[in-house]
Design a protein. Structure first.
Length: 266
């Protein structure tokens, strides 16, 4: 089973779509052995079971969201779709799947409806704002939805659908530090670092120790944090071993003299 999650602002829009014919008359439900165009509510927490008109339940969800006008996207919607080749479940089984899914998401007691308009899938519409104004933020909802789908597959004997790999979340502070470090190095400097990494062992050993200190490593294969001066001309760039050593010597000398010149040594 696959869950696809979206968020929105206007409950009336999603309600009208779910009970409408669809883009190509693909929305259909079965009642009393007859197929009807649109969708039908098969489960809810607001007493809307059996509703085929969006006006029968949209107003209830709209009322809850009006208690918190500061929430910009108060409507949470997900579709639950069975994998190709799975058996067709009836309304009772889909209603059970919807209730179990919302319980696994820890929002089973909030205002929601489940609409069926196809043999292989349903849509669940939830108000993130509860009746008493409490807001469900839905952090990591996609990861939780994957776990909930696994529970449904086992409970209803369905085949396991492929899951998206969700990368582990990093702390915000760690992410910001990574971005800061990356921003310190310009694309041109990265290119120059790659040039320095091309030194052979013999070329590296021929460099003055002070020059090696500027590069801040004792390995010609890895030059972390190296500040490699850009060659003045393309012609000089073709003579990397000789000209680069001279440039490094000059840079090392300037680096050694700079603190006293600028008064930093006081």
């Amino acid at each position: 089973m696959i869950a696809k999650i979206t968020r929105g602002t206007r409950v009336g829009d999603i309600a009208a779509y779910l009970h409408g014919p669809g883009k190509a008359d693909e929305h259909q439900y079965v009642r009393d052995g007859q197929r009807h165009s649109g969708g039908v509510v098969i489960a809810s927490t607001i007493g809307a079971e059996g509703a085929t008109d969006p006006a029968e339940w949209a107003a209830d969800l709209r009322h809850t969201q009006q208690t918190r006008p500061d929430i910009t996207r108060p409507i949470w919607q997900t579709s639950l779709r069975a994998a190709p080749g799975d058996r067709t479940m009836d309304d009772r089984e889909w209603a059970d799947a919807a209730s179990r899914f919302m319980d696994e998401m820890d929002v089973g007691d909030r205002p929601w409806v489940a609409v069926r308009h196809g043999d292989d899938h349903i849509h669940i519409v939830l108000s993130r704002v509860s009746d008493d104004g409490e807001v469900w933020h839905g952090r990591n909802d996609r990861r939780a939805a994957q776990r909930a789908c696994t529970v449904l597959e086992e409970a209803h004997g369905l085949s396991q659908a492929p899951r998206r790999k969700v990368q582990p979340k990093r702390a915000v502070a760690a992410q910001r530090e990574t971005w800061r470090e990356a921003a310190k190095v310009s694309p041109r400097q990265r290119s120059l670092r790659r040039t320095a990494r091309q030194f052979t062992q013999a070329q590296w050993d021929a460099l003055d120790p002070a020059v090696q200190g500027v590069i801040r490593t004792n390995s010609p294969q890895r030059v972390p944090g190296a500040h490699v001066p850009e060659p003045r001309t393309a012609r000089e760039a073709g003579r990397a071993p000789a000209s680069t050593e001279s440039q490094y010597r000059q840079r090392a000398r300037r680096t050694a003299e700079r603190p006293q010149d600028r008064g930093y040594g006081r």
